[in-house]
Ligand binder design. Structure first.
Ligand SMILES: [Fe+2]
Ligand SMILES: [Fe+2]
Length: 157
């Protein structure tokens, strides 16, 4: 699969989970726990394949994207720490919904920047064959990627 299509599919999966969270009732603690656990796994794996495979390749193919890539890694840093906090926070805690809401805001902003501001530039610079080859490597990397947000490289950067 084309690398950018793969990443956009991940974004859609996460957006669906966000919508489900927003629709869940105030006291639907079990449901919210399940949704947030899925968000943690999806975003952790997604951040790993972007940081280890896609971002370095993008920067190499389209050096003008450097600042976007650097900003994206900083945004990942914030997100993975929030994910690690959410993993340990009880959904009945009064801070839980507030933390998820801020996470959702951050991720929506981040995804919009990736999809609107700089992925198109990468697509142009790489071309179809290179994107397909990269997509294959990313699918492979997904299988073995950590599920622990604090093991994502940007957590320590
Ligand atoms: Fe990202
Ligand atoms: Fe992304």
């Amino acid at each position: 699969m084309d690398a950018i299509v793969l990443l956009r599919n991940d974004h859609k999966t996460v957006e669906k989970l966000f919508k489900a969270f927003e629709k869940a009732g105030e006291d639907a603690h079990d449901e919210k726990r399940r949704i947030v656990d899925q968000v943690i796994e999806e975003l952790t794996v997604h951040a790993v394949i972007e940081e280890q495979v896609f971002y370095p390749a993008a920067r190499e193919a389209a050096p003008d994207t450097r600042d976007h890539v650097l900003e994206s890694v900083e945004e990942h840093h914030v997100v993975v720490w929030m994910l690690s906090e959410l993993a340990d926070l009880d959904p009945s805690d009064e801070r839980f919904d507030a933390k998820v809401t801020v996470l959702i805001e951050n991720v929506r902003h981040h995804v919009e920047e990736e999809e609107q501001d700089w992925f198109p530039e990468v697509r142009k610079a790489m071309g179809r064959n290179r994107l397909l080859e990269l997509g294959e490597r990313m699918e492979e990397a997904k299988r073995t990627a950590t599920r622990d947000p604090l093991k994502v490289p940007s957590a320590r950067e």
